[in-house]
Design a protein. Sequence first.
Length: 357
Amino acid sequence: MKNARKLIALIAAAAMALSMCACSGSSSGSSSSGSSTSGSASSGSGSSSGSAAQAPETSYVLKLHTSSSETDSIGLSALKFKELVEERTKGQVTIEYYPSGTLGKTPDCIEGLKLRVCDIVFDGISNLAALDELANLDGVPYMYRDLDQYYAVFDGEVGQEYLKTLGENTDKVLLGYMCSGIRQLTSTYPIRTPADLKGLKMRVPAVAIYSDSWSWLGASPMPIAASDIYTSLNQNIIDGQENPYPTCVALSVHEVCKYVTETNHVFTTLSFMMDREFYESMPDDIRQILLESAQEAGKYGTEYAFQVSEEKKQVMIDSGCEIIEVDVADWQAALDGFLDSKYPYLKDWAERIMAVQ
């Protein structure tokens, strides 16, 4: 009900902006955010040359949502995308970037794609699980060995088929991909083995497989928005959370969580997500620029995330965090039977990914 009220408010705001734009006229050729308009009109009230007027190009102002700050790997990737698109379209497409959830929570913004209250959502593809359970695949623990295998998956047949299928099933287009890093467990008291998780009040994304996998291990997961992690830890609503090192630092987790358990359990995948009908209504050249810019920006963000991971880990150490190294095999063993029991439809996909060299 809360999300519904927020979505209604977003729709009302968008409708008001559009009506104001209509009332003000279009002599300047500008558009309200998130709308598409024709370019500036020919000068003069009438032409004596008798030549046919050339149809103006359609211009676009697209709202881009992320739940992350402008300064972490996700934010920098979004800014790179904005830069590339605006440069390559020569201003025909303008990207309005809304970081840190300022446009709304990610689930609300995904809902808003169809209604154009948001035009692009750049966030974890697991957020599509409310529309298609296949999106839970992104949260399956221990599918990837390293970044080389991850690239081989998403640059290859399996990853491209996965993104295409997920997009078709959700009526979205998934442009490019990015890995924001490897997720680690942080907590307010030390977690050294899976057995220590019992009773841990743990923040997870609002995605079923995250709740189910941590429940399987004995924790008490609580779906909370990323923007509320710091407050929830500071007020003792939760005892822990899990995110890659760069995201942990961007969210100031190191100020309130002094223990990091290096579980290395999930490689988080993001994509630039758009409504399929709107994307396909755009000219071919604009669609191609959006795709190529998303692919390039995603690779840029991935490389940055992994390059700064050790640096961000050191930030956490310098702030007084204890890094707890664990035998990953113990955590994998604790998850034996999880997919068979809870997500049997994901097992074939997971095995295909793990088989990629």
